[in-house]
Design a protein around this ligand. Structure first.
Ligand code: PA5
Length: 442
């Protein structure tokens, strides 16, 4: 079985040397041991660590059966959730889907996402899209109280009940939430929805391999067994790849490289980077520390961000996701007139050009003082995406401990909520409402 791989040699590019990266090996090993021992900070959120290998056949079969029912009965399935309760599913579905699936008819429902923003136009347009069509809802919230998905769920639940009746709605709404707590759990019990549990000890951003990610991915028609098998490949292997990544990025950070840009040359990976940004951003950005995770889609963004990356402030490094083999083939044709001057690449596959753009960019960026390491993915399949997800998760735990933070909490995300609730006059926030109004001179 082939695996994803990592190459950090190019990363060095003069900023740090291999010896400096290697010097961090003991710290990486110690961090991994701390993770395994369950004695580190945030140790009540380590359920993801041995999750892939412990998912049972019965759990997968149940998710597949629910997905099959939604696939059979629905034209659309709306996955409602935010942050860790949606990014993993979106990342995997986009990585594996036809880029134009939304415009093509195909087998099974279209999976669409809601509750990950509070945009009124977005919400209205999605309501308009599903109006008059049979749709199902997967509502995902670990706390069961997050405002964005709660608003979306209230709206789409009402629409579904009005359109199809309460009985259809209760058979085509699936809730994924805490085993016992939260408004969503109470609602699901009262309405008799099918439910799946997000384990207590798995935080949102580490939950893609629980029903949170697996159910929407299965509804989209992808093989969740292969996805999990990919994660198990890495879980059961050694830690070398995770060490290399965690050591290299920590060495670069210590050398002043404060921003890591996850680069892809394949547009299907755009949302994989969004998932990765949450994973690393929420895990490491605290206590005044942490690499800022950013992302670009190349070659698209070479025509927008390329200048900054090549010549701007030298506080960045890149991690390039490189995909071995595209699934499809397009060859550049010869043109007799050659007015566009492209005959020199006629007969080549588009991907050959893309790969030279990739290599040329990496070399140029190293020359410009931007170290870059490479993570290679043999192909965009469930198996390799599963490997990649678990690789990033485990490397994140190791890297966070090396940085000296608790990688499994996110105290900072509460600040905006407190202000929003105070501004909206939520019951229980009266004191905060008075304070914020005074601050705003009201
Ligand atoms: O990683 C996290 O914990 C967060 O991003 C949550 O997933 C996000 O805030 C959504 O929370 P919940 O699933 O409780 O609605």
């Amino acid at each position: 079985m082939k695996k994803i791989g990592i190459d950090n040699v190019a990363a060095l590019g003069g900023s740090v040397n291999l010896a400096e990266v290697e010097a961090l090996k003991p710290a990486a090993v110690e961090a991994a041991e701390l993770l395994e021992s369950g004695k580190g900070a945030g140790n009540d959120f380590l359920g993801w660590l041995h999750l892939p290998g412990s998912i049972t056949d019965a759990e997968l079969a149940s998710i597949e059966a629910t997905a099959a029912r939604l696939r059979q009965d629905c034209e659309f399935v709306i996955a409602i959730g935010i942050g860790g309760s949606y990014l993993g599913a979106k990342a995997v579905i986009d990585a594996l889907s036809d880029s134009f699936a939304a415009y093509k008819s195909g087998k099974g429902p279209k999976v669409v996402f809601a509750g990950n923003n509070i945009g009124e136009d977005y919400t209205a347009e999605l309501m308009d899209l599903v109006k008059g069509h049979r749709f199902g809802i997967i509502v995902i919230s670990k706390s069961g109280t997050t405002t964005e998905p709660a608003i979306a769920f209230r709206l789409f639940k009402e629409l579904l009940e009005q359109q199809e009746g309460k009985e259809f709605a209760s058979r085509h709404i699936v809730a994924i939430t805490d085993a016992h707590r939260g408004a969503l759990r109470s609602l699901a019990t009262q309405e008799g929805y099918d439910t799946y549990v997000i384990p207590d000890n798995v935080g949102g951003r580490f939950s893609v391999l629980t029903p949170v990610g697996l159910l929407p991915i299965a509804v989209a028609g992808f093989d969740i067994r292969e996805l999990v098998a990919g994660a198990v490949d890495i879980e059961k292997g050694d830690n070398e790849m995770m060490y290399t990544y965690a050591q290299t990025r920590n060495a670069l950070y210590r050398a002043g490289k404060k921003i890591e840009i996850l680069v892809n040359f394949c547009p299907k990976l755009h949302n994989l980077a969004e998932w990765w940004k949450q994973l690393y951003g929420e895990s490491e950005g605290k206590d005044g520390k942490g690499i800022f995770p950013a992302s670009v889609d190349f070659t698209t963004d070479l025509h927008s961000m390329g200048q900054w990356i090549q010549d701007g402030e030298r506080t960045i490094f890149e991690t390039v996701l490189t995909v071995g083999e595209p699934a499809l083939e397009v060859v550049i044709p010869t043109d007799d007139a050659d007015l566009d001057g492209l005959n020199y690449i006629a007969g080549k596959r588009v991907d050959q050009v893309n790969k030279m753009a990739e290599l040329g960019t990496r070399l140029a960026h190293v020359d410009g003082g931007v170290p870059n390491m490479v993570i290679s993915i043999p192909a965009l399949t469930e198996r390799y995406i599963g490997q990649l997800l678990y690789f990033f998760e485990k490397a994140c735990g190791i890297s966070g401990y090396m940085l000296g933070v608790n990688p499994f909490n996110q105290p900072g995300v509460e600040a905006y909520k407190k202000n929003m609730f105070a501004l909206l006059g939520k019951p229980g926030y009266e004191e905060a409402t008075r304070a914020i109004n005074a601050r705003l001179g009201k």
